[in-house]
Write a protein that binds this ligand. Structure first.
Ligand SMILES: Nc1ncnc2c1ncn2[C@@H]1O[C@H](COP(=O)(O)OP(=O)(O)OP(=O)(O)O)[C@@H](O)[C@H]1O
Ligand SMILES: [Mg+2]
Length: 430
């Protein structure tokens, strides 16, 4: 099942001799496989003492790493004890931990470690990673980690990667830092070319799955800044339509709640042509309307909007889901009390949501009806926050983002309903 390591994969296993060793770059570029090989060797030949494996959560660690190790060495040599916080590999007991919040540093506070394996390091709080450094106090202790790129100002990039003593770059060249203050850290930058085991069709599909900023980071492997327009793949001439096809189903409404700020809801359907359409928008801006609405009035307004929306000679639609801004608890209660069906909390992971919308636009799967003027106005100016990016955090500016948020809620919360519709040929056809 596992073929011999080749090229940079092999080279990285030979060069993983520093105190810290980090594989970073494109998705599926074989960072995990290469680093696991080194970790398995370390478990057998590294200094005695406690070992630790860390992921964003214990669950992701199990899925991304421990399951892979099991498939490589068999369950007898890698036994995961869920609940006990341990995995036994080659007879050696290894602690496992999740590092998903600021308190996680406490979990390892008193430990003395001889080695650590870290999955998805950029998702760790910096406090956890610093604490880990102080815990690796056994002589000769090493750590090994993998990550996909983030912004250039992310703490891992600025404080660690940029100061590595050895850098094996994406093109395979090896650079040794002359800086006497360089860290005892070896950095391996991987690109998709470093994984010859991926079928070409799979790579084509990856390019569809990651658009805009996410393409640069996850496919090209660049630590690039989140700057400018968020949906830079949105193109009015391609993505705005004047007519709508017959709909197979009304998949979702996405709803961003506001009382002083605008309230925006979008109706999304799946057309006969297997594309997604934002068919209609309900928006109330209390500033321009000079009138604030109560939750009960909003609820009636929404029901009226959906009840009178006419398409293909049919009046009234009933969307399968109404995804509501999760912070609008009182409004959700109102909708439930009014017996509106399909109401649920929207998924509110901003970056993942933006990725979903980017994929849908970038693959030309998603179109917007010209009547959705609030959304059409917002999309070209919905931009990344420069100040946040400078501080190493990616987030969009919180201005004129109401219909944009509604779209994110609708698409991301229903992503499992439409991801199967992504096709490489839609892009060329547009
Ligand atoms: N030497 C190899 N033999 C067999 N399969 C391999 C080899 N190298 C890579 N692969 C396969 O390529 C795929 C991607 O590798 P891997 O999971 O290590 O990538 P990654 O860089 O960690 O990706 P991600 O960023 O998505 O976590 C895996 O399914 C893996 O099984
Ligand atoms: Mg990986």
């Amino acid at each position: 099942m596992f073929d011999a390591l080749v090229g940079k994969q092999l080279r990285s296993t030979q060069l993983a001799t520093a105190r810290g060793n980090l594989w970073e770059g494109a998705v599926r570029s074989s960072k995990t496989i290469s680093s696991i090989m080194v970790w398995l060797r370390y478990i057998r030949t590294g200094p005695p003492g406690a070992l630790l494996m860390v992921g964003k959560t214990e669950r992701t660690l199990k899925r991304n790493i421990i399951d892979v190790i099991v498939s490589m060495v068999g369950v007898r040599r890698c036994r995961y004890k869920a609940g006990a916080g341990e995995v036994i590999i080659f007879g050696r007991t290894i602690y496992v931990a999740g590092a998903n919040d600021e308190r996680s540093a406490d979990k390892i506070k008193g430990m003395t470690l001889a080695g650590a394996y870290c999955d998805e390091v950029t998702t760790f709080p910096e406090s956890f990673f610093s604490m880990l450094g102080t815990r690796l106090s056994v002589a000769g202790a090493q750590w090994f980690g993998t990550t996909n790129p983030e912004g250039p100002n992310h703490w891992l990039k600025k404080k660690f990667l940029d100061r590595a003593r050895l850098h094996v770059r994406r093109d395979g060249s090896e650079v040794t830092s002359q800086d006497p203050k360089a860290l005892d850290l070896h950095r391996f930058s991987f690109s998709l070319n470093d994984n010859p085991y991926l079928p070409p069709a799979y790579v084509e599909n990856l390019k569809l799955e990651y658009q805009g900023l996410f393409y640069k980071r996850f496919v090209l492997g660049e630590w690039c800044l989140a700057e400018g327009v968020v949906y830079d793949m949105f193109d009015e001439s391609t993505h705005i339509v004047d007519t709508l096809p017959t709909m197979r189903r009304w998949m979702a409404v996405g709803l961003d709640y506001g009382t002083i700020n605008p309230f925006a809801a979008l109706l999304v359907g799946v057309g006969e042509d297997d594309r997604l359409y934002v068919a209609s928008e309900y928006r109330h801006d209390s500033r321009t309307a000079r009138r604030q609405l109560t939750d009960a009035q909003y609820s009636r307004g929404m029901q009226n909007w959906l009840g009178t929306y006419a398409h293909d000679g049919v009046e009234g639609v009933q969307p399968e889901w109404i995804w509501v801004d999760p912070s609008a608890a009182s409004f959700m209660t109102q909708l439930w009390a009014d017996g509106v069906p399909g109401v649920a909390k929207a998924q509110n992971d901003v970056k993942d949501g933006i990725r979903s919308v980017s994929v849908a636009f970038g693959a030309n799967l998603l179109h917007v009806h010209r009547s959705c003027t609030g959304l059409i106005e917002e999309l070209p100016s919905y931009a990344w926050d420069d100040k946040a990016a400078a501080a190493g955090e990616d987030k969009p500016m919180k201005v004129n983002d109401h219909s944009a948020d509604a779209l994110r809620y609708a698409l991301h919360s229903s992503a499992y309903e439409w991801r199967g519709l992504l096709r490489t040929d839609l892009q060329e056809a547009a």
